[in-house]
Design a binder for this molecule. Structure first.
Ligand SMILES: Cc1cc2nc3c(=O)[nH]c(=O)nc-3n(C[C@H](O)[C@H](O)[C@H](O)COP(=O)(O)OP(=O)(O)OC[C@H]3O[C@@H](n4cnc5c(N)ncnc54)[C@H](O)[C@@H]3O)c2cc1C
Length: 583
C-alpha cells in the first residue's frame, strides 16, 4: 500500500469519547488554552452523537459536600466512599476527589444547569443514594445525566471557536504505542467504513464502561468496553477488573434502571411476604445500604424462596406507593413514566418488580491520581479509568462526580503536558494502520462462509458472564466461564459478517464490539478467579470473607502474547484503617 492512501486527521489533542467525561475534558482544554492565549486544536471522537452517550441516562444525582454548616464535611464524604468501597480505594485520591467536586457543581451552575432547588434558589440536597451518611445528592428530577450533558454540550459549542472538532460516528479500533510513546489512533468512519488515522500529541480515553458484557444490564447498547480493550492491546495496564457492580433495582424483565433515588426518597423493598427484608441484612441503613449489600440481600431472599416470579424471572418488589403522587411526579418522573410504558404499572398504586442488573465498572485503565496512564501523553478518566476512588464498590452519585472532576483533571494535565514537553506530532505508524486495514477489509469484510453469527456469540458471552461471573462467584463456575470465553474468542475467526455494505454497517461494528467485550470478559474472569476473598462487589462463595492480610491489593493486568500477565500493588491508606463494614 502506498503512503498516500492513509487519510490523516491532525489535532493537538484527541479526546476519545463524548460523554460527561469527554465533554468536561474538552471544556477544560479550551479554558486553559484561553488563559495561556495558545491555540490548541481538539478532536472529539465518538461512535454515537455526543448526546447519545450513556451519560445522558444517569438518573439519580451527584454527590457533593455543600452543607458544611449543617454538619457535612469532606472527611465524611471521603470516609463514606472508602467504607463503601470496602477499603480498596486509594485514600489520597479519594480525599482529593471529594474536595474537587464543589467547584464542578459551581461550574455547572455557571453554565446553566437546571438543578432542583430550594425556594431560596440554593440547591436542594437529598439522601438519594446508598452508603452516604449525609444528604449530599444534588439532582434534576431523575434525569440528572441528561441535564448535565445538555449543559456541557451547549457550553462547549459556545466556546469552541473553531478549535473543537467533533468526529461523531467514528469507531476507534486501535491505538499505536511504540517505546512507550503514543503514536496515534485508527478509527473507522461508520458512515462509509473508511479508516482514518488520527494523529495527535495527546490522547484522552473517556470511553465509559462495559455493562453490555452481561445479559441483564442498565447500560446502553454502546457500553461495550472498547476503550479498555484498545488500551489493553496497546500494552497499558488495567486495574481491578474483577470489580463489576450490580445495581439492585433493574426493572423486570429488561433490566432497565430504576434509580436508587427511588429508595433514597423512601421506597421500600419487599419480599413476597410483604416484609422489608433489608432489616435482616443492613438494619441501620435498610434500603439505602450500599449497592453490593442490597444486591446480595435481594438474591438471598430469592434463594430462600421469598421472591416473586414474573416473565420467567425471579425478583422482589419495590414499593413507592406511600411516597404519594406529588413526590413521585416531582422527583421521580422518569421512572414513573418508564414503569407505565414498559409494564403498564402506576407506581402510586402498584408494586414494581425489580432485580439486580449490571450497572458499572469499578476497574479500568490504570491511572495515577491525576489520570496519567502507563504511556506518556495518554490519559484516562471517567468510567473507563481506575484511579481508584471507588475501590471494590462505588457509591451512588460518585460516578457523575468522578466524570466531572477527572474530566477536568485530565484536560488540565493534557495542557500541562503539551506546554511543558511539547512533544511535537509523532510519526504515523503505517504498520499499525495496515494491520487494521487488513483486519477490517480482508479478515472481516472479506470472510465468507463462516460458522457463527456475531449475535449468537454475543448472546453466549452474555449468558456465560451472567451465570458464571455474576453476583455470586466460585472457582468452578469461573473456570467454566473462562473455558467458554476462550472458545468464543477462537470462534471469532469463524464469524461471517454477511452484510458487505460500506454505509453504516452495524454488523461490522457489532463484530468489533464483540471482540472488545470478549477480550475484557476474559480479564474479568481471570482476575475474579485469582482473588480468593470477598470484597465489595466481588463475592466468592468459596471465600466468603474479606482477607486484608492477603488481598488488600489492587490487581493489575497487562497484555502479553502468552495471555494476561497479573501483578498486584498496595492500596494507599492515609487515614482510615480497614475495619469491619457494617450498615
Ligand atoms: C442507567 C444509568 C444511570 C446512572 N445514574 C447515575 C447517577 O445517577 N449518578 C451517578 O453518579 N452515576 C450514574 N451512573 C453512572 C454514570 O452515569 C456513568 O459512569 C458515566 O456517565 C460514564 O460517563 P463517561 O463519560 O465515562 O462515559 P459515557 O457517557 O459512557 O461515554 C462514553 C463515550 O465514549 C464513546 N466511545 C466508546 N467507545 C468508543 C469507540 N470504540 N469509538 C469511539 N467512541 C467510543 C461513546 O460514543 C461515548 O461518547 C449511571 C449509569 C447508568 C448506566
Amino acid at each position: 500500500m502506498g503512503e498516500e492512501e492513509v487519510e490523516v486527521v491532525q489535532h493537538d489533542i484527541i479526546v476519545l469519547g463524548a460523554g460527561i467525561t469527554g465533554l468536561r475534558a474538552a471544556i477544560e482544554i479550551v479554558h486553559k488554552s484561553l488563559i495561556l492565549n495558545k491555540k490548541i486544536s481538539v478532536g472529539i471522537i465518538s461512535k454515537v452523537h455526543p448526546l447519545r452517550s450513556h451519560s445522558v441516562s444517569a438518573e439519580g444525582g451527584l454527590g457533593v459536600v455543600l452543607s458544611i454548616d449543617k454538619g457535612d464535611s469532606f472527611e465524611l464524604h471521603a470516609w463514606d466512599t472508602v467504607k463503601g468501597g470496602d477499603f480498596l480505594c486509594d485514600q489520597d485520591a479519594v480525599e482529593f476527589f471529594v474536595q474537587r467536586i464543589p467547584r464542578e457543581v459551581l461550574f455547572l451552575e455557571h453554565v446553566g444547569m437546571s438543578w432542583l432547588r430550594n425556594m431560596d434558589g440554593t440547591l436542594f440536597q437529598s439522601q438519594r443514594m446508598g452508603g452516604h451518611s449525609f444528604p449530599r445528592g444534588v439532582f434534576a428530577g431523575d434525569k440528572t445525566g441528561h441535564y448535565i450533558m445538555r449543559s456541557l454540550f451547549d457550553y462547549l459549542l459556545s466556546i469552541a471557536d473553531g478549535n473543537v472538532n467533533f468526529y461523531n460516528e467514528y469507531f476507534a479500533c486501535a491505538i499505536s504505542v511504540k517505546n512507550n510513546e503514543y503514536r496515534g489512533l485508527i478509527a473507522l468512519n461508520m458512515k462509509n467504513s473508511e479508516l482514518v488515522y488520527f494523529l495527535s500529541k495527546v490522547l484522552i480515553f473517556a470511553t465509559g464502561g462495559l455493562g453490555r458484557i452481561y445479559k441483564t444490564t442498565t447500560c446502553a447498547a454502546g457500553v461495550t468496553a472498547d476503550g479498555m480493550a484498545i488500551a489493553y492491546r496497546a500494552g497499558l495496564r488495567l486495574k481491578d477488573m474483577e470489580f463489576t457492580q450490580w445495581h439492585p433495582t433493574g426493572l423486570v424483565p429488561s433490566g432497565v434502571l430504576i434509580s436508587e433515588a427511588a429508595r433514597g426518597e423512601g421506597g421500600y423493598l419487599l419480599n413476597r411476604h410483604g416484609e422489608r427484608f433489608m432489616k435482616h441484612y443492613a438494619p441501620n441503613r435498610m434500603e439505602t445500604a450500599p449497592r453490593d449489600i442490597v444486591t446480595r440481600a435481594i438474591m438471598w431472599e430469592i434463594e430462600k424462596g421469598n421472591g416473586y416470579e414474573s416473565f420467567g424471572v425471579k425478583h422482589v418488589m419495590l414499593d413507592l406507593r406511600h411516597l404519594g403522587k406529588n413526590l413521585i411526579e416531582e422527583r421521580l418522573p422518569f421512572i414513573s413514566k418508564l414503569v407505565k410504558k414498559k409494564l403498564g404499572l402506576d407506581p402510586t398504586q402498584d408494586l414494581i418488580p425489580v432485580r439486580p442488573s449490571l450497572h458499572y465498572m469499578m476497574g479500568g485503565i490504570h491511572t495515577d491520581m491525576f489520570g496519567n496512564t502507563d504511556v506518556r501523553g495518554v490519559f484516562a478518566a471517567g468510567e473507563v479509568a481506575c484511579v481508584s476512588i471507588h475501590g471494590a464498590n462505588r457509591l451512588g452519585t460518585n460516578a457523575l462526580a468522578d466524570c466531572l472532576v477527572y474530566g477536568g483533571v485530565v484536560g488540565e494535565q493534557a495542557i500541562e503536558y503539551l506546554v511543558k514537553h511539547d512533544p511535537g506530532y509523532p510519526e504515523i505508524d503505517r504498520e499499525a494502520y495496515r494491520k487494521t486495514v487488513k483486519k477490517i477489509y480482508d479478515e472481516i469484510y472479506g470472510r465468507e462462509g463462516g460458522e457463527y453469527s456475531v449475535y449468537e456469540l454475543m448472546d453466549n458471552l452474555r449468558e456465560t458472564m451472567e451465570n458464571n461471573v455474576g453476583i455470586f462467584r466460585n472457582e468452578r463456575d469461573i473456570k467454566n466461564a473462562l473455558k467458554k470465553i476462550r472458545e468464543i474468542k477462537s470462534s471469532l475467526s469463524k464469524v461471517t459478517v454477511d452484510d458487505k455494505d460500506k454505509i453504516y454497517n452495524t454488523w461490522l461494528v457489532d463484530y468489533l464490539q464483540l471482540e472488545n467485550m470478549v477480550e475484557i470478559a476474559e480479564l474479568i474472569a481471570t482476575c475474579a478467579l485469582l482473588r480468593q476473598e470477598s470484597r465489595g462487589s466481588h463475592y466468592r462463595i468459596d471465600y466468603p470473607n474479606r482477607d486484608d492480610e492477603k488481598w488488600l491489593y489492587h490487581t493489575l493486568v497487562k497484555y502479553s502474547v502468552d495471555g494476561p500477565e497479573i501483578s498486584y500493588s498496595p492500596v494507599v491508606i492515609t487515614k482510615w484503617k480497614p475495619v469491619e463494614r457494617k450498615y
